[in-house]
Design a binder for this molecule. Structure first.
Ligand code: SF4
Length: 176
């Protein structure tokens, strides 16, 4: 069975994504790495849901470090960008690069990300970054497909999980 390291942006998005990977015959472990999330209290809430979803799905989860300063170093200069523009591309790349490095270190066959499940995000951009970084180690899956977002929201509702109303960084709270 091939092993996939799944970058988890939040537990809600992970629910249907883990299900789809398992249905396709992969062994899955999660990787929660999101230094973009602001403030720290919000990070803790999303992390808790990711842990709970992993428990319910019976999958292991690896916790990445939370170094918000590193994220700001890369993204501060792009604070005025609209959501989906250049700042987001830098943010996706930062998180996917760390996931790729962990995939290699821990000898997974592939890595991929839950980021594609959101209807607010352009999957093509995310998949392009993943392919450039990981080449054949990147599993190019669009989790929006097969009603991914609808399914994951239904599961989140059923379990009464916390659902955020902004993407994650301080700039997205201001809806730039
Ligand atoms: S809006 Fe979301 S994807 Fe874009 S930079 Fe902020 S946290 Fe990252």
């Amino acid at each position: 069975m091939k092993k996939v390291l799944l970058h988890i942006c939040c537990g809600v998005c992970a629910f249907a994504s883990i299900g789809r990977l398992k249905k396709e015959g992969f062994y899955v472990e999660g990787f929660f790495f999101n230094p973009n999330i602001h403030p720290a209290g919000e990070y803790i809430k999303r992390k808790k849901v990711a842990v709970e979803v992993s428990r319910l799905c019976n999958t292991k989860i690896i916790m990445g470090e939370y170094r918000a300063d590193d994220w700001f170093k890369e993204c501060r200069a792009l604070s005025d960008e609209c959501e989906g523009a250049r700042r987001c591309l830098v943010c996706y790349r930062l998180r996917l690069k760390r996931t790729f490095d962990t995939c290699v270190d821990k000898e997974f066959d592939y890595f991929t990300t839950t980021l594609t499940i959101s209807p607010h995000k352009n999957s093509e951009q995310i998949l392009e970054i993943g392919k450039r970084l990981g080449k054949d180690k990147f599993l190019s899956l669009d989790f929006k497909k097969e009603d991914g977002f609808k399914n994951t929201m239904e599961l989140a509702k059923k379990h009464n999980f916390y659902r955020q109303n902004y993407c994650g960084c301080v700039y997205s709270t201001k809806k730039t």
